[in-house]
Ligand binder design. Structure first.
Ligand code: ADP
Ligand code: MG
Length: 333
């Protein structure tokens, strides 16, 4: 059935034009998996035409939800190709092969959430400010074009090897400035999306709420209520007072920034444009903050891997000592 739907929709020149006719397997080589999302895996690859590295999100559209997925892909591609901003991941094209869309984009070092997994220590406030500032600039651009991202979280904020901050993952984005559907990742969702009172529309302020939650996520390595299951978290988001940063060690501009984003009534929340003027983001910081952070992460990763390797070597050595050369010889034979 899907092949018919796909063939039908590709007859529409406006849709056919979204996809390149080239065979992606010939154009991209050295694929190596670097990430996994809800809609597909992300790979590092080399573009043989330009010899540049790229990232490829490979999204299948077969199986039970084939039609829905196919339409989701068309939506994401349509949206991505219109966006051009230093804080939005650069889109490079989309290819089709064997019921999979290959969405090609600029290669980044990984998401802020990948970084948190390696960094068991909390990030410094200056680093958080640099990341949130970049994400907010991307967000203000989206909002100025009457779009809503609807899935702002550390997993969807990427960092390039040169330390630039990029918003990514437009799978849930709305192309209209107001919307009604229940969309997002539960712990980051704003009260007004969850409550969704009949026919009432929400707007770009939902992204401002999620950005506030992302600040807490980065500072504390997980969003509020993360220990709860999604249903309970959704209920508590609407019932509880807005979450705040736990530790008193964060500065008052940072605490105030989070508080402004996390106003339960969207009318009390500043717009993304207004937030760009917040003192938390305007405090002076070296331009190398993010590259230094990436360097720190790299060293940390190397240290962890070296440790692991040492532990393994030690284990092998102690096993050998235990079994003795006779046992070894036996195993070999
Ligand atoms: P999903 O819609 O499935 O969540 P994402 O676009 O968020 O997919 O990608 C999933 C993960 O893949 C990200 O969290 C990140 O770790 C990695 N990733 C995505 N895009 C890139 C990219 N351009 N460069 C490097 N890694 C990426
Ligand atoms: Mg994602």
């Amino acid at each position: 059935m899907l092949s018919t739907i796909q063939a039908q929709s590709l007859k529409d020149p406006e849709i056919a034009e979204l996809f390149s006719k080239e065979d992606p397997e010939k154009r991209f080589t050295n694929l190596r998996k670097v990430g996994q999302g809800g809609f597909g895996a992300v790979f590092f690859a080399r573009d043989v035409h330009t010899n540049n590295v790229v990232a490829i999100k490979r999204m299948p559209y077969s199986g039970k939800k084939a039609m829905e997925r196919w339409q989701g892909i068309i939506k994401e591609v349509r949206l991505l190709r219109t966006l051009k901003h230093p804080n939005i991941v650069e889109y490079k094209g989309c290819y089709l092969r064997e019921h999979r869309a290959w969405l090609v984009m600029q290669y980044c070092s990984g998401s802020v959430s990948d970084l948190l997994e390696f960094h068991k220590m909390p990030l410094q406030e200056m680093e958080i400010a640099a990341i949130i500032h970049g994400a907010l600039q991307g967000l203000a651009y989206l909002h100025s074009r009457a779009m809503i991202h609807r899935d702002i979280k550390a997993g969807n904020i990427l960092l390039t090897p040169r330390g630039r901050v990029k918003l990514a993952d437009f799978g849930f984005a709305s192309m209209a400035s107001s919307a009604k559907s229940f969309v997002g990742t539960p712990h980051w969702m704003s009260p007004e999306i969850i409550l969704g009172r009949n026919e009432e529309q929400y707007d770009s302020k939902v992204d401002v709420w999620s950005l506030g939650i992302t600040c807490i996520e980065i500072a504390e390595r997980e969003p509020p209520l993360f220990a709860m299951n999604a249903m309970r978290a959704l209920y508590l988001i609407t019932r509880n007072n807005p979450p705040t940063l736990q530790s008193n060690e964060w500065s008052s501009p940072f605490r105030n920034f989070v508080e402004s984003c996390l106003q339960k009534n969207p009318k009390d929340r500043p717009t993304s444009k207004k937030l760009l003027k917040h003192p938390f983001l305007l405090r002076e910081r070296p331009t190398t903050v993010v590259t230094d952070l990436l360097q720190r992460a790299k060293e940390e990763k190397k240290r962890v891997l070296d440790n692991l390797r040492n532990r393994k070597t030690k284990k092998v050595l102690s096993q050998e000592a235990h079994q003795g050369p006779a046992a070894e010889a036996q195993e070999e034979s």
